[in-house]
Ligand binder design. Structure first.
Ligand SMILES: Cc1ncc(COP(=O)(O)O)c(C=O)c1O
Length: 355
């Protein structure tokens, strides 16, 4: 079969914007590299893809994405090792996930050559945008939208797939406190929570802003029926160390199946840790916090890697976590970073070399 990227049309920037960028001081997601990838799906066929300078795109105000939120995306990173080699981390997982998300939103699948090939080509072109050092990476954002200029409330016929990249340093800094949400919901059974659908994020903003007024960085979402089952946080899955168990909520259709979550489960199990996927209730967490059995909470996600959480709020009470000398979150984070930055062997075949 002919490689779908054989015809890729590339228009390079006349002058790179990189000299104007301070790669050491970046606010997450605010600076974009020179080029982007675009492929349109029109009348049942993928059109010749294109790489061109990052810049505005034209869409009609009637484009369905604006009205019905038919849009999915991904988030992944490219890491540079000390010798300047560049790796992706488990990109096959993101590819599978975007097409699972697309399926749920009635969008046609994206060809693997566009997803993988587009990312690799962009990284080749914009490799100088990848910052050096621990915690630094090139964040990769594929996004897939409905573009029909037609506002009937049904699935679009035509779509656009784009990839942009953004140099990144660490995501959150400072102390992270979470609030266990008891009123609003991010997702519901039978809904789209397991998909990386744009609207899932819009639904989080207002409740998260409300929690921020009370001093919380993020919410921990609970199931929409009882608000008792812990689900996940803003852009991360959550883990709890309770007694000798490191547990995380078992996956349901209202939880995004994180690549980091899956990787930590594997890394922890191979270290002999008791990594458990199960239902976790809010009452259990409160009891465990009160008895001292709850020793750690941490988030896991591409943007944050592993993020220790200082404590949680529930019904007007704050439950701080103890200060530990050698938290498991730190051990797992180091193991993951060592694989991502090519400092440790990769027995799982997770690293994919790009350059
Ligand atoms: C809602 C949500 N949960 C969990 C995650 C973590 O997933 P991953 O580890 O694949 O980045 C993310 C981020 O992608 C997310 O947006």
């Amino acid at each position: 079969m002919k490689d779908a990227l054989d015809d890729l049309k590339i228009t390079l920037v006349e002058e790179s914007r990189l000299p104007q960028v301070d790669l050491l001081h970046l606010t997450f997601g605010t600076v974009f590299s020179d080029h982007m990838f675009i492929a349109d799906y029109i009348d049942g066929r993928w059109q010749t893809p294109e790489i061109r300078p990052y810049g505005p795109i034209e869409l009609y105000p009637g484009a369905k994405v604006f009205h019905y939120g038919q849009a999915v995306f991904e988030g992944m990173k490219a890491f540079k090792d000390e010798e300047g080699r560049v790796f992706l981390f488990r990109p096959d997982k993101n590819f599978e996930r975007i097409n699972r998300s697309a399926w749920r939103l009635a969008m046609p699948p994206i060809p693997e050559e566009f997803f993988m090939g587009g990312i690799k080509k962009l990284i080749e072109l914009d490799k100088d945008w990848i910052p050096d050092g621990e915690g630094a990476s090139l964040y990769i954002r594929p996004v897939y939208i409905a573009i029909d200029n037609q506002i009937a409330a049904n699935a679009s016929r035509n779509y656009r797939f784009m990839i942009m990249t953004s140099p990144a340093q660490k995501y959150f800094s400072g102390e992270v406190k979470v609030k266990i949400e008891q009123h609003y919901s991010r997702a519901c059974a039978g809904g789209v929570g397991f998909a990386k659908a744009a609207g899932n994020y819009a639904a989080q903003f207002m409740p998260t802003m409300e929690a921020a007024k009370e001093g919380y960085t993020q919410l921990i979402w609970t199931d929409s029926k009882t608000h008792q089952l812990v689900e996940e946080s803003g852009a991360m899955n959550v883990f709890f160390r309770i007694g000798d168990e490191i547990c995380t909520p078992e996956l349901t259709d209202s939880i995004l199946p994180g690549v980091t979550r899956d990787s930590l489960l594997t890394l922890g199990r191979d270290q002999g840790l008791n990594m458990v996927e199960r239902k976790i209730t809010v009452d259990e967490l409160v009891d465990a916090a009160e008895s001292g059995e709850l020793k750690e909470i941490f988030g896991a996600g591409t943007a944050v890697t592993v993020l220790p959480i200082k404590g949680f709020g529930y019904k007007d009470k704050y439950y701080p976590m103890p200060e530990l000398d050698n938290p498991i979150a730190g051990i797992l984070k180091q193991m993951l970073l060592d694989i991502q930055y090519n400092r440790a062997p990769d027995p799982y075949g997770w690293r994919v070399r790009v350059l």
